[in-house]
Design a protein around this ligand. Structure first.
Ligand code: AMP
Length: 501
């Protein structure tokens, strides 16, 4: 499954890695009432890919009346279902450790990783978490407002509720259209008992009248779960009080497939602390290790969140087609200890509650969508005017983080005046749209003639991000050329005052 918002080049990279036998797509999707055509994007990705599948099965929603069809390759869903109506298809029995699915996720390199999950462990984790964390019972309804192209959708739109014998609602739309009550109307009309969403959606709702939260009958709703990015305390409090229901922040990753930190109301009712995803879930031997020497951190001390192997059932079993990369990526952070790294910073307070403080690597989280800054950098670098660039995540009140690009132009004349800068900025954004998809588009592109780097040539992304957020750039003893930081400062202030888009 691939998220529909990716551009053809990103889709082609995933096709070449997965080497699928068959591709299934709709003719299009819809966003804010506007059709987004998928088929032409799929065609373009298959043209670029080196390992295109032999057939593409297409479900026509009538969103693309002029949809191009390739004879012999494209197959129509409705025709096929008529042809095979009533066919008896036996179950295929698999070993519990055989792969069930691959889901691509971003890391520090530009090449996405195919997270591979097994069959048996995955089913066990889904069934257990539906009972002990989400408290969803057979015959009830679950509403997860994610996209099935992200792990939350895989686990808790599809597998989790269906394994638990629940009805699952798939909803295509945004929380404020046609009005900010649309989700709560769904809860009322379908008697939803478990709901799962993301902090970014709640922050969008927070901009509208809280009366919308009270307009519909929410008596069926037991809990609202939120995950995917840090849930700030004010947002947590606002939604809890507005709904008058327990709102449970829980923390996990594509790699784990189910919650790592969460309250477990199906086991024990523990008080919720705003801003905390509570405690480690059973199965996870969670530790907070000091970055310097892998020793265990004390209370209230910021450290790296790791899991002592073995990982519990449901977690990734390897990276598709690359076992070595699996070990190297996830189990090699500390030379002294072979532990699974989450690449997140965290702290534990005196009461044992955990708080997640953001990533230790160059992964950013835009409106709950995980993106590697390297992927965006590679897309920016595709523009012929750009020699190199650094992309960093900068705090954003609505989306959590926004990517910002700092680009070195090959010819300074190209950015000599504000009009030229604006033109090039627009072109670069378009390039990212085409290469990666609009989801990776930088909020701003700033132009400089050199990037701050260490003497060994590593771009100081943490320092750039700090400057962009108005913070101290940190330890700069290893910087090659301090003037580069001045350039970042100047770019940030001058472009802002000139009012670029
Ligand atoms: P993804 O693999 O796309 O689900 O992204 C996983 C990353 O999102 C984690 O490594 C965290 O950085 C972040 N994340 C997910 N849930 C939470 C949460 N409840 N609180 C803080 N960060 C979270």
């Amino acid at each position: 499954m691939v998220f529909g918002g990716f551009a053809a080049a990103s889709l082609a990279a995933r096709i070449d890695d997965a080497k699928p036998a068959l591709m299934v797509t709709a003719d299009g999707g819809s966003r804010m009432g506007k059709p987004i055509l998928y088929k032409s994007l799929v065609d373009e990705s298959l043209r670029i890919a080196e390992h295109p599948p032999k057939h593409v099965l297409i479900f026509r929603r009538g969103l693309d009346p002029q949809m191009p069809v390739t004879a012999g390759r494209d197959v129509d869903w409705k025709e096929m279902s008529q042809q095979h109506a009533g066919a008896q298809v036996p179950c295929t029995w698999l070993e519990s450790s055989e792969p069930s699915y691959i889901l691509y996720t971003s890391g520090t390199t530009g090449k996405p990783k195919g997270v591979q999950r097994d069959v048996g462990g995955h089913a066990v984790a889904m069934a257990a978490s539906m009972r002990h964390i989400f408290c969803g019972h057979p015959g009830e309804t679950m509403f997860t407002t994610s996209d099935i192209g992200w792990v939350v959708g895989h686990s808790y739109i599809i597998y989790g509720p269906l394994i638990a014998g629940m009805t699952s609602i798939l909803y295509e739309g945004v929380p404020v259209r046609p009005d900010p009550g649309v989700w709560w109307k769904i809860v009322q009309d379908h008697k939803v008992s478990v709901m799962f969403s993301a902090p970014t959606a709640v922050r969008v709702l927070k901009k509208s009248d809280p009366a919308w939260l009270k307009k519909y009958d929410l008596s069926s709703l037991r809990h609202l779960f939120l995950a995917g990015e840090p849930l700030d305390e004010p947002t947590h409090q606002w939604i809890s009080e507005g709904l008058g229901k327990p709102v449970i922040d829980h923390y996990w990753q594509t790699e784990t497939g189910w919650p790592v930190l969460s309250a477990m109301p199906g086991v024990e009712k523990t008080p919720i602390k705003f801003g905390s995803p509570s405690f480690p879930v059973y199965g996870y031997d969670l530790k907070l290790l000091r970055e310097s020497d892998a020793s265990e951190a004390g209370d209230d001390e910021k450290a790296v969140v790791v899991i002592e192997p073995p990982l519990p059932p449901g977690c990734m079993t390897t990276i598709w087609g690359d076992d070595e990369r699996f070990v190297k990526t996830y189990f090699s952070t500390f030379s002294k200890k072979q532990v699974y790294t989450t690449f997140d910073w965290g702290i534990r307070d005196r009461d044992g509650y955990y708080f997640i403080l953001g990533r230790t690597d160059d992964v950013i989280n835009v409106a709950g969508h995980r993106l590697g800054t390297r992927e965006i950098e590679e897309a920016v670098n595709m523009h012929p005017a750009i020699a190199e660039c650094a992309v960093v995540g900068v705090a954003d009140p609505l989306k959590g983080q926004l990517p910002m690009a700092f680009a070195v132009v090959r010819d300074a004349a190209l950015v000599a005046d504000p009009a030229a800068r604006m033109k090039l900025e627009g072109e670069i954004m378009k390039t990212v749209d085409q290469q990666l998809g609009a989801i990776g588009r930088p909020g701003r592109v700033f132009f400089v003639t050199l990037l701050p780097k260490t003497r060994s040539g590593k771009v100081l992304r943490r320092s750039i991000a700090a400057l962009a957020e108005g913070r101290d750039p940190g330890d700069l003893t290893t910087i090659e050329d301090p003037a580069s930081l001045e350039q970042i400062r100047n770019a940030l202030s001058s472009t802002q005052t000139k009012g670029n888009p």
